[in-house]
Design a binder for this molecule. Sequence first.
Ligand SMILES: O=c1ccn([C@@H]2O[C@H](COP(=O)(O)O)[C@@H](O)[C@H]2O)c(=O)[nH]1
Length: 236
Amino acid sequence: MKNSPIIALDFASAGDAYQFLTPFEQSLFVKVGMELYLQEGPSIVYKLKEMGHDVFLDLKLHDIPNTVGHAMKGLARLGADLVNVHAAGGVAMMIAAREGLDAGTAAGSKRPSIIAVTQLTSTSELQMQQEQLVQTTIDASVVHYAELAKTAALDGVVCSVLEAKKIASVCGEEFLRVTPGIRLAEGEAHDQVRVATPANARILGSSHIVVGRAITKANDPVQAYETILKMWEENA
Ligand SMILES: O=c1ccn([C@@H]2O[C@H](COP(=O)(O)O)[C@@H](O)[C@H]2O)c(=O)[nH]1
């Protein structure tokens, strides 16, 4: 799996995603989320893989263990490099997800890596406390979810940059810390709450960054990508 910034292809159609990708000359690490996948289905994953890109299929499964296990068995056949679930589904659900992926991965193929969403990067500590009735700090909640994901033998978590270092120290350097909520210093946060720059992400312990609008809505997306890539690589 590549380590370059993961570009969130939050587009309404495959056509829009391909048009966006056309000026890029290198093979990328891209993310297909609900918006694109629910319109295009498995073909978008096949096509992006054929084009030579690594694919994070960001469907954030969250259901009873039996349902998630069977869904993951099917998703394993799509050829994505990275998939995810919500840690809030619990340890049994995360184990079922991983076992489903194992069962669906063809003999001799590498199973996709699987990570768990902790607290969404759009969630603030106050919102978590008031709406989820979780009476602790957001850091403690995120690290707790990471420990549950580790117990379920997942490969890592989705978290914000602000929790990445603590997770690495508790769960180990090999445990993935995939961090959305990435913004350039001068960029708008939009709906994100726990945000950081690509340079700080690297310094503070992210293993991968996910970047959507800072690239896809830029006047020159290739240049925006190159700037972010440089900030990410320079601070390694
Ligand atoms: O906690 C999470 C989990 C997933 N995401 C996804 O990442 C991108 C971020 O897009 P931006 O435009 O850079 O804000 C988006 O696809 C989300 O679904 C997240 O932001 N936070």
